[in-house]
Design a binder for this molecule. Structure first.
Ligand code: SAH
Length: 486
């Protein structure tokens, strides 16, 4: 399944006063009935026999119970049908009738026969958090529910109710939508929620009133701000908390193509997402144009998140963007990201420094205007070289390193798509680099690591080890772990 696709649209159905049917009268049917009743639906239970709980509901007038045998016509006129009998063919039949009449139907424990599913739910009424695994793994959905239950304060609902009561007043007081959002965000990040959670709604309300007054008198033309943010090497879990916070505040997100879709999900739903290209060997928007766009948006008062792969200040051209922002007198913040060298080394099990073996790291690039600019030189012993970009030029890089007097038996590792599920690590030697690159068809993004510790990937590679390739000369490196005093 494509990670950006799903078999279901998440919607909340307004069932209050609407007729729904539950076929079956056992405990599962009772549970589903109760959920429907909770949502205000007018439920008819169709079953010759029902649980004591369902009888109680009927006696209390909460549901209708239809005891006698039913026909296909009986199933007409409902918005939703839940089939929860233990008769498989009856369930299937109900589903077919529902399909024919375009009625949403859920056959319990039969994902193939569900035109709607009921997610696991965390309730903080009026806030509802629904979790679904698209029917693949209800256990995971329930596990996530457990996690979320511990994260969300029980009184969140009270806060939402308070905010709901003030919504109209705030809308009248602050007419600009972006500014209104900022107001609410400042409320959520301030002390007011804690007052609600502490059971002091009156204090919270007074504070809200005061905040609104102050906001209104203090408001004027608001300036925007640029957030220059590192998105890390690709795995969304390696995003920093700060990056997430700023990403979820920004009204505009300018992102590089190396930034995966899962990370963009953290942006606000109404944020304007603008791809500014940048992928090896493909035409992309010129840096000057990105700088202009950034400055323009911030000037318009927007909070703009400039999201870059890895760290923004390491081969990320963050410096040029700061220069443009500073020249325009605009405010900015910079958030570091896990850079490819750090991430790839960690995920390949390669210590960039190792006591007694390597004590310096050089971050450099293979992407230069001409090969004459490739100034790679003789590696001092005890140094690890991390070479960004330039995958297409590995032959020239190998040539330059050998010409500078580096030994052909020097260990190297190439980490392709580091930290992503498809990560591939290739260990070999400098002498075999050209051949390995051609034979193994290495694709960007990949990071080249050169130095004595890179061979350790064979022993310590812990992530996706099944895609580790020890290419030719690499084998001998494993045993040769030099121990030299620093
Ligand atoms: N600012 C980024 C680097 C941008 S230059 C950072 O700090 O990581 C782009 C280069 O980074 C790629 O050509 C590749 O050499 C390296 N790179 C980025 N992500 C990578 C990944 N997931 N795996 C391997 N190399 C990666």
């Amino acid at each position: 399944m494509d990670s950006t696709r799903s078999d279901n649209l998440a919607i909340f159905a307004r069932l209050r006063g609407r007729r729904c049917a539950v076929i079956g009268g056992g405990s599962v049917a009772e549970r589903k009935t109760r959920e429907l009743v909770r949502a205000g639906a007018r439920v008819t239970v169709l079953s010759p026999d029902v649980t004591a709980g369902l009888r109680d509901l009927e006696r209390d007038g909460e549901i209708d119970w239809l005891e006698q045998a039913f026909s296909d016509q009986t199933l007409a006129g409902f918005w939703l049908i839940v089939a929860a009998t233990d008769d498989k063919s009856l369930n299937e039949h109900v589903f077919e009738v529902a399909e024919a009449t375009q009625t949403f139907c859920n056959v319990v424990d039969d994902p193939e026969r569900c035109s709607f599913i009921m997610p696991a739910v965390v309730r903080r009424d009026p806030v509802t958090i629904a979790i679904s695994s698209d029917g693949h793994a209800p256990v995971i959905a329930r596990w996530v529910k457990g996690l979320i239950e511990t994260l969300i304060p029980q009184q969140l609902g009270a806060l939402a109710t308070l905010a709901g009561r003030w919504r109209g007043r705030v809308r009248t007081a602050i007419t600009d939508m972006d500014e209104r959002r900022r107001f609410w965000e400042s409320v959520l990040e301030g002390p007011i929620p804690d007052q609600v959670y502490a059971g002091r709604p009156a204090v919270a309300e007074a504070a809200l009133e005061q905040a609104l007054d102050r906001w209104h008198t203090a408001s004027g033309a608001r300036t925007g701000e640029a957030y220059i943010v590192g998105a890390g090497p690709g795995c969304p879990d390696l995003l920093t908390l700060r990056a997430r916070q700023l990403l979820s505040q920004a009204e505009v997100v300018l992102y590089d193509r190396l930034v995966p879709a899962e990370i963009l999900e953290f942006a606000r739903r109404d944020a304007e997402l603008i791809s500014v290209g940048k992928r090896a060997g493909r035409p992309s928007i010129a840096q000057a144009q990105i700088n202009r766009l950034l400055v323009e948006q911030v000037k318009r008062g927007k909070r703009v998140c400039r999201l870059k792969g890895g760290d923004p200040m390491i081969f990320g051209r963050g410096g040029e963007e700061l220069e443009a922002l500073a020249a325009a007198g605009l405010p900015f913040q910079v958030v570091p990201g896990v850079s490819a060298a750090i991430a790839c080394a960690a995920y390949a099990g390669i210590p960039l420094t190792l006591r007694g073996v390597t004590q310096s790291v050089l971050l450099t690039t293979g992407h230069t205007e001409s090969s004459a600019d490739l100034d790679l030189g003789l590696l001092p012993s005890g140094q690890t070289l991390a070479l960004y970009m330039g995958v297409a030029r590995y032959p020239q890089i190998a040539e330059a390193l050998l010409a500078a007097g580096n030994s052909p038996s020097l260990s190297i590792a190439i980490v392709e798509r580091g930290t992503l599920p498809e990560q591939r690590v290739i260990t070999t030697t400098l002498g075999e680099l050209t051949e390995a690159a051609a034979e193994l068809d290495i694709q960007s993004p990949a990071l080249l690591l050169v130095g004595e510790t890179t061979g350790l990937a064979e022993q310590y590679g812990w992530f996706a080890p099944e895609r580790h390739v020890a290419y030719k000369g690499a084998q001998s490196q494993r045993r040769a772990r030099p121990a030299r005093a620093v």
